[in-house]
Design a protein around this ligand. Structure first.
Ligand code: GTQ
Length: 347
């Protein structure tokens, strides 16, 4: 058969079988099984100075209660309309104004709040425990736990919401319920779970019911102190500076099964070595200014900015002064499935 005759026959064959919900593998194999990760996710940065005024404008338009959650989603430009910051993760910035309550609900999705602004009287109540917020605190909302947010302070509170919404969507495993009251019963005070589970001791015979940390709040004051203590020994990793992972103190694994969260310190003037890994990573700048080069793009950042590094993209950070960066990714999922890979440069 002549080449053009053959390709015409193959093409009409494909058209024919597709009508029966059948597809020839040879048409799609190279897009399904790629030699390297090929993602629609693009490198991107959102300046806090862009997002904050938009949220304050939303604050004039509707209450936290009317919205249920007054959140602006950070949507990846390569995946428009899907409410994703990476292929597997969600990010949003949430605003709760003084006196407001974002009403209690629970859902299959795991979430965390990473506090950007305000606090000092604003809180998230999770599973009966009321955690007051300070900038840089990480507060968990494990899958299936009742939670509501409130603000008893006289200033707005804003935080970064990280959720595994796209992962739960992928598995078609989403359930959610509203509580009958705006607030679920707040029976435990601030620091309850930290004292019980996060102080190097556990109640004897403790057995985890869920593969998630029993500690609800990881205060920044503590995280920062650990980083600066570690700094004294100068053991900087060329790719990461000093980087810590938030863990479940009862098993040493990731604090949440679907969301890996990290905090790192870069010394003034430090330029990290080129690095890439298969977990697309969302960063939130806590302290300092600097740049991140991702492929041929350069993103300049300062406190409270959010940026995303897609899977398997070479990147490195350049710190102007001393910098602290929070980040999260789907690493625990990839590790559990034996899929996670990293490449520490050597180029
Ligand atoms: O605060 O419970 O950004 O349910 C998205 C979904 C926040 C929350 C989000 C949610 C929440």
């Amino acid at each position: 058969m002549a080449d053009d005759q053959k390709s015409e026959k193959l093409s009409s064959y494909s058209d024919k079988v597709t009508k029966d919900n059948i597809r020839p593998l040879w048409d799609v194999l190279s897009t399904l099984v790629t030699p390297e990760p090929k993602s629609r996710c693009e490198a991107m940065l959102w300046h806090y100075d862009t997002v904050r005024p938009l949220l304050m404008e939303a604050g004039d338009l509707l209450t936290a209660k009317e919205a249920e959650r007054r959140v602006l989603i950070l949507e990846n430009p390569g995946i428009p309309g899907e409410s994703k910051i990476t292929t597997s993760l969600y990010a949003g910035i949430q605003l709760v104004l003084p006196g407001e309550i974002a009403p209690a609900h629970k859902h299959s999705q795991s979430a965390f709040r990473f506090v950007l602004e305000g606090g000092n009287g604003a809180y998230t109540a999770v599973n009966g425990e009321k955690s007051y917020m300070e900038v840089g605190d990480l507060i968990l909302t494990p899958s299936g736990t009742w939670h509501d947010h409130g603000n008893e302070s006289d200033a707005p509170v804003l935080w970064l919401d990280g959720l595994d919404i796209p992962i739960v969507q992928f598995f078609d495993a989403s359930f959610m319920e509203h509580h009958s009251e705006d607030e679920h019963p707040h029976t435990k005070g601030d620091g309850f779970s930290m004292a019980r589970y996060g102080s190097g001791m556990l109640p004897v015979d403790y057995e985890a019911e869920m593969p998630t940390s029993p500690v609800m709040k990881y205060p920044y004051s503590r995280t920062r102190e650990i980083l600066f203590k570690m700094k004294e020994t100068n053991e900087w990793d060329p790719c990461h500076g000093l980087k810590l992972m938030y863990v479940n103190p009862s098993d040493g694994k990731s604090a949440m099964p679907t969301l890996g969260a990290f905090m790192q310190l870069l010394p003034a003037g430090f330029e990290t070595a080129s690095y890439r890994s298969t977990d697309a990573t969302v960063y939130s700048v806590v302290e300092g200014t600097g740049k991140t080069k991702i492929g041929d793009k350069t993103f300049e950042w300062g406190p409270k900015d959010t940026f995303v590094v897609p899977s398997w993209h070479h990147h490195h950070h350049i710190a102007d002064g001393e910098c602290v960066l929070f980040s999260y990714s789907d690493r625990p999922v990839q590790k559990a499935l034996g899929l996670w890979r990293e490449d520490r440069g050597n180029r």
